[in-house]
Design a protein. Structure first.
Length: 282
């Protein structure tokens, strides 16, 4: 049983630099609030496997892309699974936590996702396009992403990549969830400035779209971010489902919404440490 004050190991890379975002500020704010409810220790992701014994749960937050330390991350996962240590988000995620294979799976299943294939020979399965986006199957944070013209796409043969038609969209919008409860939405009005975000009043159809992916992933506990693009016809297509360590952009939220998120996050962590299920969504 966990201690009276649960002990959390909070995994973050405070020195990680991302374009347009300051990961460290977000985690400094969150941990300053969580300390009122938990005995909390922060560590770098490379130290998580060694330090997790003695904690009731490991919380993986802004740890940066695991591409920089794949062997260490695999060792962390293996040790956590072998010893039964609770990891938040749970290690059962089927989306970005497991790579980009889910984009292929969702395309095949008919979900509203940017159509994706993994072989030039399958380009006929995609809508015709003047340009294509080529990204690594295990990519993150736009590392290795490139745009290739239709006249050159046939030359893309090397590496484990995914291919998508380049979609001209109106804006990008992200929906943020704790467990399976919607918290807030943000959007980037200028497609050229992904991380210049503003609060977005999500409509019922938007939430129905995002809910399909939350239900599909079936995490039970944890934070997820559903990233989508708004097409010219007004519809939404999934760009990615971030279920490992989604950046939350809390700094652009009104104070009331930021407080509501912290409250939901704290309650979720308490349930998770206690092994209690999330409340049934009404």
């Amino acid at each position: 049983m966990p201690a009276a004050r649960p002990r959390l190991l909070y995994v973050t890379d405070l020195a990680y630099r991302a374009r347009g975002r300051r990961y460290c500020d977000e985690d400094i704010h969150l941990t300053s609030r969580l300390r009122a409810h938990f005995d909390l220790a922060l560590c770098h992701p490379l130290d998580a496997a060694a330090l997790m014994p003695g904690h009731d749960a490991v919380v993986v937050r802004n740890s940066g892309p695991v591409l920089g330390y794949p062997r260490e991350y695999d060792a962390f996962r293996a040790r956590a699974l072998a010893t039964g240590v609770r990891v938040y988000n749970p290690l059962t995620g089927k989306a970005d936590m497991a790579g980009k294979q889910y984009l292929l799976d969702l395309t095949a299943a008919g979900f509203p996702v940017i159509p994706t294939v993994d072989r030039v020979e399958d380009l006929h399965r995609l809508p015709p396009a003047a340009r294509y986006v080529v990204k690594p199957r295990l990519g993150a944070d736009s590392v290795g992403l490139r745009t290739v013209s239709a006249s050159r796409i046939a030359s893309v043969t090397a590496g484990d990549v995914l291919i998508q038609p380049r979609v001209d969209f109106v804006h990008e919008v992200s929906f943020y969830y704790v467990d399976d409860d919607f918290q807030y939405a943000l959007y980037a009005p200028d497609p050229r400035r992904r991380w210049e975000l503003r609060p977005y009043a999500a409509k019922a159809a938007d939430l129905e779209f995002a809910r399909r992916f939350i239900d599909w992933n079936d995490l039970g506990h944890g934070i997820q971010r559903v990233d989508a693009c708004r097409t010219a016809d007004g519809g939404l297509l999934l760009v990615e489902l971030e279920d490992l360590n989604p950046y939350l952009s809390l700094d652009v939220l009104p104070e009331e919404d930021r407080e509501a998120f912290v409250t939901a996050f704290t309650a979720s962590l308490n349930r998770f440490v206690q092994g209690a299920p999330s409340p049934v969504r009404g």
